[in-house]
Design a protein around this ligand. Sequence first.
Ligand SMILES: [Zn+2]
Length: 404
Amino acid sequence: MYCNYCNKEIIDAKRPKGNTDYSKVYRSSEHIIQNAIGGRLESEKICCDRCNFHLEELIDKSFCDIFVPFISNINNFKKTNNSNNAPKCSGYAIYNEGNKNKMVFADVIKKSKVKKSNELIKIEKEAGTKNLDERIKNCLNEMRVAFKNFNLDNNYFKQGISKIAYNYAIYLGINIKNISNVCDVTLDSENKELISINFNTIVIPFVPGNAFDDFLELHTKFTLFHNLILFRYGKELWCYINLFNTFQFYVRLSDNYDDGENIRYKIYGQEFQYMQSNMNTNHNIYSDIIMEKAKEYTASGYKYVDTLSYNFYIKQNKLNNYFRIENPLRKFDKGEYEIIFYPWWIIQAKDKEEIIEYTTKKYIQLNQYLIKDNPTILDSELFSMSKEDREKFVELYLKSIKSS
Ligand SMILES: [Zn+2]
């Protein structure tokens, strides 16, 4: 077996203790979704022990740091630091300013409390506020965290999410030759160790394009999970990635992939991972919701044979799977519909504004779910704020993926 990154032949054994002869590489288990963000699926078919080590340094550490503000709030999360020291982070917070909700940048947030906001100080100074210190203190006290900053303003997010897609494809048996041109690897000229890596994938944020997906995403009880779907559409190979039921993206791994089957699309595999070990709810809760809604849809004129196109697949009255590959634009009353490839539909039909609005809603859902000891802000409050305020954070969110 060969390593999919450095191409060296892997010795089918663990590296002997103290062995530093890196011209030889050994067996190693790589997590598909990074262990530090709760990924449990792992495989020894992906890379050697040396590449595993380098990938951690080159991509995983920085990628996983982005999620620290959430992870510290997830109950029973195994990878959480064992102390009560919630990590400090920055973010956005709102407070009431003359009957209007105003959002400011919070430089230091600790345990859902805003400790410092330079923007607030500046605003109050400029307004010539008397008793400045007291006013600031009061404002900070009543401030509510809208969302914690997750520093997506870097390339690590794209690299990390692309690596998940790439590894998942290898895990499912996709021939590396078909996807290797989205992954630029540089090896050291002497010892052939991995020294840099860059994924040049296309990454597209998910936005619901029909009533069914909208319902599922925004009007059902929020649960924490990761979800991966690898699929081919025509000659394109894509992976749908959903992290924390919030960060939802399509990653394109190939535009010239052919497995010889003459069908419109094919699913290679789907993976669901629930995040909380203390979840006493049924782990199939998500499937149940989909099933319930799917029945409703089929009852109201959605033809059984068409359900494949409607992103869920029902067999013998049981939900078999749920995909987001095609987005039907439907006119059922007239028996007409048009099937559009979901990612391209998002690119073509969704303007930035809509992506911002959806992204904001999803992100707020996650924060409301996690920030339990803090009176969370409501959607209505969020949307009562100025557009500029809302755009502030989504700008950050989208920056990292725009470049593709
Ligand atoms: Zn390797």
